[in-house]
Design a binder for this molecule. Sequence first.
Ligand SMILES: Cc1cc2nc3c(=O)[nH]c(=O)nc-3n(C[C@H](O)[C@H](O)[C@H](O)COP(=O)(O)OP(=O)(O)OC[C@H]3O[C@@H](n4cnc5c(N)ncnc54)[C@H](O)[C@@H]3O)c2cc1C
Length: 342
Amino acid sequence: MVTIIGGGIAGTLLAGALAREQRAVTVYESQPTVGAGHFLALDDRAHAALTRLGVGIDRLHKASHRLTELRAADRTGVIRGDARTERRLYLRADLMRALTEFATDTTADIRFGTPVTELNSTEGTLFSGANPVPADDVIIAADGIDSLARRTLEPDRNAEYSGQIIIYGITTRPIQPNTDPSVLHFHRQFDDDGRPVSTFGHFWNDQISVWFTRLTRGPLALQDIGSQPLDGWTEPILAGATAIPELVETMLAATDTVHVSNARTVPLADARPPQTPVILCGDADHAITPAAGVGARDAIEDVAALAEAIISGSSPAAAMTERRRQILDERAKVAQMFRSAT
Ligand SMILES: Cc1cc2nc3c(=O)[nH]c(=O)nc-3n(C[C@H](O)[C@H](O)[C@H](O)COP(=O)(O)OP(=O)(O)OC[C@H]3O[C@@H](n4cnc5c(N)ncnc54)[C@H](O)[C@@H]3O)c2cc1C
């Protein structure tokens, strides 16, 4: 029997994957419904893990849009991403709907609107307000970047601001600008000293058009993040994309609300080794700035490793120890590539 805290990408997927293999699973999710907000790109590794866990490729394709290329432009020219990597773009709401349908097709018990508010990691007991929450031998904490479980187990391992705020917009009707469709376009802007100050990204096809911007600046206060009207953000967004004003104005003119967040990373290098009964998973354990574009993929690969361990009767703590090693290795390689390229 497995208890999961958090019914986001990792928690919902793990619940469905375990229940398909006749494991009893209960998920406690604080929100009343599946989350919405931004959009995200998943690569072929994420899709390989999703399908291995039993999520049908048709279900995933129905919920997403083909993404043929990542293409970055700045004053030095155009850089094209590796076209061999197959990616798809999802509105978060559509991905969550697909994963929730996958999980609710099984016997997984998902309790929406039930925040876990207290956790005793030694005894493995949970509370939602004054009510004790029945918990099992294994508790997987997939409760996201501000994880209550991580705060309880490792009070000093806090999410750190990565130096940029991120604004995501989904247009109210599909816009077809004068750029190639099905490509995730990035336009980068630098200051006089060559430091990156902003990135504007967009994607469109005949069904949707979406955009984001990353602005280098201090973090926003808690009350200024989340879903809000676009109005107050028009000026800084345009100032951060002076090379492509028409494109940006067209996108903004068709957008009502935006999703605003601080880009943050949870440091992993000195984390306490995973140990039962409570195992951290996904963003709760190792969130990375959205600029890296791999947080959801990492969370999905955690789920694959944990599901395999739990189903085969091996140690979920050992599985997460190995996942952390892989993630740290990959991040070191990316940092090395970035250093060599600059
Ligand atoms: C703007 C933005 C863009 C991104 N773009 C990409 C991208 O292109 N590609 C990519 O791979 N990744 C991307 N990511 C990262 C990706 O969204 C995360 O890595 C992923 O959502 C992590 O999944 P998770 O299940 O660990 O956490 P989440 O999906 O955040 O789920 C955590 C869940 O736990 C619930 N919860 C929290 N506390 C409690 C509690 N106490 N009790 C019960 N429930 C609780 C929350 O309500 C939530 O539903 C992006 C992130 C952002 C913010």
